[in-house]
Design a protein around this ligand. Structure first.
Ligand SMILES: Nc1nc2c(ncn2[C@@H]2O[C@H](COP(=O)(O)OP(=O)(O)O)[C@@H](O)[C@H]2O)c(=O)[nH]1
Ligand SMILES: [Mg+2]
Length: 241
């Protein structure tokens, strides 16, 4: 199966750096025109620094991407999203070469275990091509059985987990709900959020440093999420050198 990508948004990396100055390091990364990071687009072959968002429909992937981009380009509450297609936002890294920083939404993972098994190889191909994987879950969720099952089939060892961030969205819906505006968690909520991080760390066997909580809907901790993505990419580029 080919990796079909629908580009929803295209801009220059400077625009994103203006929103998140911690991403300015992207301008100094030297990409190589290497097959391991190449993507076939209508416009030709591109080489991408690829961040991919995966998780069940309704967990808030599109909202997260819109919040990062600062524009409503990804459709939210999209129930038809089970189609196996990648949706992306592309930021040009280089004025002359086809190098991009790409944020990509892979919808529908975890919809049904049957479908997931069928697409597992396809998912794993995409993950192999990704520099950073943001695995979106909900902080107000208690039972992670199904998500963990899919997670462990996608990431089979610690080396593969190294590029994964588990991002717990919906921090605003964690008990006891408060109505502060703009949203800030109460002390009691923070305790529950930290407990959730510990639980997820154990269930998914992933270190706490790679787990964070945020709210895309309330724009809370978005910078924390961006910094986590930065950390993964920086670590990779140090290892590659
Ligand atoms: N309360 C709350 N709602 C959210 C949050 N993030 C997303 N949503 C809502 O969840 C619904 C599904 O979000 P969407 O981005 O379409 O999820 P996707 O299917 O994973 O792409 C939408 O109605 C969003 O407004 C959040 O942090 N808090
Ligand atoms: Mg979506």
């Amino acid at each position: 199966m080919s990796l079909d990508v629908q580009i929803e948004y295209e801009s220059d990396i400077d625009e994103l750096i203006e929103r998140y100055s911690s991403l300015s390091f992207l301008k100094s990364i030297q990409l190589r025109a290497d097959a391991s990071i190449s993507w076939d687009r209508e416009s030709g072959t591109t080489y991408d620094l690829q961040v991919i968002f995966i998780g069940k429909t309704g967990y808030g992937k599109s909202t997260t991407l819109n919040s990062i981009i600062g524009n409503r380009v990804f459709e939210t509450n999209d129930v038809s999203s089970c189609t196996k297609k990648l949706h992306s936002a592309e930021y040009k890294l280089h004025s002359k070469k086809p190098y991009y920083f790409s944020l990509c939404d892979l919808p529908g993972v975890g919809e049904s275990t049957e479908a997931d098994e069928r697409y597992l190889e396809w998912y794993r191909d995409i993950l192999l091509k990704s520099n950073c994987v943001v695995y979106v879950l909900r902080a107000d969720q208690r039972d992670f059985t199904i998500d963990e099952k899919i997670f462990s089939s996608l990431f089979q060892n610690q080396a593969e987990k190294k590029k994964v961030i588990i991002a717990l969205n919906y921090a605003d819906k964690v008990e006891p709900i408060n109505r502060k505006y703009p949203f800030q968690p109460s002390e009691a909520q923070l305790i529950n959020l930290r407990n959730r991080v510990n639980q997820v760390s154990q269930v998914f066997d992933i270190q706490r440093g790679n787990i964070l909580f945020y709210s895309a809907g309330e724009q809370y901790n978005m910078k924390i999420l961006i910094n986590a993505i930065r950390g993964i990419i920086q670590q990779q580029y140090k290892l590659l050198r």
